[in-house]
Design a protein around this ligand. Structure first.
Ligand code: AMP
Ligand code: TRP
Length: 333
């Protein structure tokens, strides 16, 4: 049976290596398999759960599309669109927010992290964010959702919401229960400055991440400055237990060249750390520089990028409007 793939990325700027290795690289693989139907959404409604500068948001939407295309997603084969152009997302999110329970959302760790100490001041949108995400997925009957490790809990919530909707309205199998597709290894890329923190768009220091728009020199410089420790290169996996930064760098390298952590450890055991960093920079530049150049080129062609969005949202609208119509009937509108 063909897989229906759906995933989303927020247009909040600074797309980085974590986004690429945790999610986008997987999108490209899945979209190259002609038996899959793929939909990739720029989730601009999610982006405004934190304050955005409207002009920058517009720009970031186009940059996210450029990143998808530059990474190898073909807009002729996959549907690429932005969420706000398809009204069914907001509508379904409201209906599903009457199904989801406060208790379920109260358990979401991402909300706790993002809201920080002063939960009372967080927007309601930030709290109900995972319900909108469930709406995104369920409107398209997605069977598989490729995401980074940090989205696992949101996907479980999506499954719970779908199940409860089907049970409550006695419509077995109407909302399809999606499977997460999370890479088993190195699915959480950490900051280059602190191995206990996720690599993130919002981290103040640009040295903490490799941006997908970085130049060759920036990449080399960031790897040179990446935090490590004073011990030699490890010769066993056990040695990595307490060495978060080193483990992250070895993980990034292994992910990029698609090998196991063990094999990377064996090939660098006994070598100097600087040899490893040189090799890591080299594979990063090989992978990221062409993407970075292509993003910059595509960004100059705003018309082409806008056209992708127009065509993609038409196709998405056709699917989503049918599903929301059925939801209306089921609910009794
Ligand atoms: P976001 O930028 O939050 O919209 O995330 C887009 C995709 O990238 C999601 O599937 C995330 O799980 C994934 N992602 C974001 N940060 C990381 C990271 N540091 N490591 C791995 N995956 C990530
Ligand atoms: N919440 C996801 C993130 O921050 C983005 C997202 C929104 C998404 N809707 C989605 C991912 C639907 C997969 C499917 O990374």
């Amino acid at each position: 049976m063909s897989k229906k793939i759906f995933s989303g990325v927020q247009p909040t700027g600074n797309l980085h290596l974590g986004n690429y290795l945790g999610a986008i690289k997987n999108f490209v693989k899945l979209s190259n398999d002609n038996t899959n139907d793929c939909i990739f959404c720029v989730v601009d409604l999610h982006a405004i759960t934190a304050k955005q500068n409207p002009k920058e948001l517009k720009d970031n939407i186009l940059e996210t599309i450029a990143t998808f295309v530059a990474s190898g997603i073909d807009p002729k084969k996959s549907i690429i669109f932005n969420q706000s152009r398809v009204p069914a997302h907001s509508e379904a999110a409201w209906i599903l927010s009457c199904i989801a329970r406060m208790g379920w959302l109260n358990r979401m760790t991402q909300f706790k992290e993002k809201a920080g100490k002063d939960k009372e001041k967080a927007s309601i949108g930030l709290f109900s964010y995972p319900v909108l995400m469930a709406a995104d997925i369920l409107l398209y009957d997605a069977t598989h959702v490729p995401v980074g490790d940090d989205q696992k809990q949101h996907l479980e919530l999506c499954r719970d919401i779908a199940q409860k909707f089907n049970n409550e309205f006695e419509v077995e199998d109407f909302l399809k229960i999606p499977e997460p597709l999370i890479q088993k290894e190195f699915s959480r890329i950490m900051s280059l400055k602190d191995g206990s923190k996720k690599m993130s768009k919002s981290e103040l220091s640009d040295l903490s991440r490799i941006n997908l728009t970085d130049t060759k020199d920036q990449i080399i410089n960031k790897i040179k400055k990446a935090k490590t420790d004073t011990l030699p290169m490890p010769s066993t996996i056990e040695e990595l237990k307490e060495r978060h930064e080193v483990k992250n760098l070895i993980g990034i390298y292994s992910n990029l060249i698609e090998t196991s952590l063990e094999k990377t450890i064996v090939s660098f055991s006994g070598k100097n750390f600087s040899d490893f960093k040189d090799k890591l920079s080299q594979v990063l530049v090989e992978k990221i520089e062409p993407i970075s150049n292509e993003i910059k080129k595509l960004k100059r062609d705003k018309e082409y990028l806008s056209q992708i969005l127009v065509e993609g949202s038409q196709k998405a609208n056709e699917i989503a409007s049918k599903k929301i119509k059925k939801i209306h009937e089921i609910v009794g509108f």
